[in-house]
Design a protein. Structure first.
Length: 221
């Protein structure tokens, strides 16, 4: 690969394509990263500049690429006659069906390490945000945070279940997902009653959603 006039986004995409066959054997590891760099014919020093964290950067790219694909697919769906709760469940299912379970298992192991845990949590939040935005969520107050926090929890729990699910068509995972969303809806009803208390509604409404910020490395989105 020539280093002049380097398109960083394209270079990282190439490394991601190259590392995917390595991950089932070596995980999102330094070994897999070096193999991908060699397969791309890239200078290892340049690869380290492009991906300072090595394979973990590529695992993040894999996750975010699936988020982008899910957002486009959700926006294209019509889902007539479905409740909002059913649309959320269908969106989570769609998001999971876009990825390779083995690559996700390996990523879960990598993000479980203490020095990668914050990155993993951030990715789950981004996925929750992606789903809400794709479904047309326009909240700008404290609901913006509670919706994403609760869906992040649902996503995390469902992914852990889904990774070990051997049922046909992941039927048990989708039942698990429905149960988790039902639990969240119970919390939402409790929150609704709390918001009726004097002072709380105004306080909650005063919380503002963050202004959209470009993510580091514009090729992620």
């Amino acid at each position: 690969m020539r280093n002049d006039h380097l398109d960083v986004g394209r270079a990282r995409a190439g490394l991601l394509d190259a590392i995917r066959p390595e991950v089932p054997f070596d995980g999102w590891s330094e070994t897999a990263f070096r193999a991908a760099v060699a397969a791309e014919g890239m200078d290892p020093a340049l690869a380290r500049v492009i991906c300072p964290r090595g394979a973990i950067d590529l695992a993040c790219d894999y996750h975010r690429a699936a988020d982008r694909a899910a957002e486009a697919a959700i926006r294209a769906e019509d889902w007539p006659g479905m409740s909002y709760r059913e649309k959320v469940a269908a969106s989570v299912r769609l998001r999971l069906e876009l990825v390779d379970p083995e690559l996700v298992r390996r990523a879960a192991s990598a993000f479980a390490l203490p020095h990668n845990a914050a990155a993993g949590a951030k990715l789950m939040w981004e996925s929750a945000d992606t789903i809400w935005r794709a479904l047309g969520d326009s909240s700008t107050d404290g609901n913006w945070y509670t919706k994403r926090a609760m869906l992040s929890g649902v996503l995390s729990a469902t992914v852990l279940f889904w990774m070990g699910d051997e049922s046909e068509g992941h039927a048990e995972s989708w039942a698990f997902l429905d149960n988790r969303i039902a639990e969240v809806m119970q919390i939402e009803r409790i929150k609704g009653r709390l918001m009726a208390l004097p002072g709380l509604k105004g306080l909650f409404g005063a919380i503002r959603a963050p202004e959209p910020q470009p993510l580091p490395g514009g090729f992620h989105r």
